[in-house]
Design a protein. Sequence first.
Length: 392
Amino acid sequence: MSRKDLFSRALSLDPERLHFAAHSHHLWPDASFDGQVQAWVEANRFADRKWDLIFGEVVPRAQAEVARELNLPDPNTVVFAPNTHDLLLRVFSGVAHKPVRILSTDGEFHSFRRQGERWEEAGEALITRVPLEPFDTFEDRFVAAAQAGQDVGGGFDLIIVSQVFFRTGQVFGGVADLAALADPAGPWVIIDGYHGFMATPTDLAAVADRVFYLAGGYKYAMAGEGVCFLHAPGGYCPRPVITGWFAEFGDLAGPPGGVQYRGDAGRFWGATFDVTPLYRFNAVREMLDGAGLGTADVAAHARGLMQRFQGAVADGETGRLGEAELINPVTDDGARARFLAFRHDKAAGWKGRLLDAGVVTDVRDDVIRFGFGLYQDAADVERLIAVCKRVL
C-alpha cells in the first residue's frame, strides 16, 4: 500500500535517493506544500484579523485532530508550541518547590536529557534514572520505582518516560500503572510520545484525566518542524511559572490580584509563534482522511516492509549488517516503533557508506536505525537490501 503519489514533490527532488529515515526527518507530502501556501495567503488576506482566524478555526481544527488521533475526550486539553522543550519547561516551572524530584530513564531524548542534567547542576532537580537495559525487565522495574517513590520522602514530583524510546525503538506499556499514581499534588506523569504519535495507534481515553502527553508533527505526522503539542489533564499544574501572554485570553481564574490563567490547556500557551506548521498539520490530516488512511493502515504497511528487511538481514542478504544486534525485531502485531534499530560498533561507519550509496539512515551512538513509511514500497526495500549487501 505504498502511496508515493502523495509525496510526488519530495520524491521528485532526488529521484534516486532511498530515504529510510522516515522516523527521523519524514519526507513531506504534497498536501503540506498546499498547507504552507494557504498559511501565506491567509496571513496576507486577513492581515490584522489573522489571529481571529487562527484561534477561531486553525487551532481548534488542529486540537480536534490531535484529540481524534489520541481518543482524547476534550480537544481543549491540547495546546501547541514550536517544540516540546518549551512545553516541558512550562510544566517543570509549575512545581512549587525546588529541587524537583524526577523519576525518569537513561534513554530519554535530548530535549529532556540535557535539560535534566543542567537542572541537576544548578540544584533545581534530583533525578532518579532507571536503566533501560535489560529491557525485558524495564517496565516492571520502572513501575516499581514509581510506586516505591510514593512511600519515600514524599515521592516524586514528576515521572517522565517515553512511549517509544527514540534510540532503541522499544515500547513502554506501563502508562496505565503510572496514571494510577498520578495526583494533582504530585506526581505528575509526562509521557514523551514523539515516536508514538501517528506511528502506532494510541488511545489515551482511559488515562487522559491523569497524564500529560508530549509529541509533535516533525516525524510520523509528516508536518515538519514547529507543530508540537501538549495534552494537559485538568487540575494538574494550574499556574506554570513560565508563561506567555497568550495564556491570558479566555476564561481566567487565579488568586485575587494575582496572575490569572485559563483553566484548560491554554494555561500553557506561550506568545506569538509561526502558525504555518499548524496549516501543514491540518492539511496532512485532511490528506490522510481523503485517502482513507489511518495510523493503523500506515503502521501495517511499514510493518510489512520491516518484516521483509528484517528477514533479509537474518538470512545474510545484507552483508555485515547481519552481524549487528537487532534491538527491536518485529515479533507480533502489537504497538511498535516505525523503525528497526541495529546495534554494532561499526554503525556510524555503515551509515556513511550507505549515504555515499544514496541511502539515508541515521545513527544514535552505536545504533543504526532504518525508518519506514508511506513513500516506500517493496521495490525500495529490495534496492535497500542490495545496497547493504554491496557496501557493508
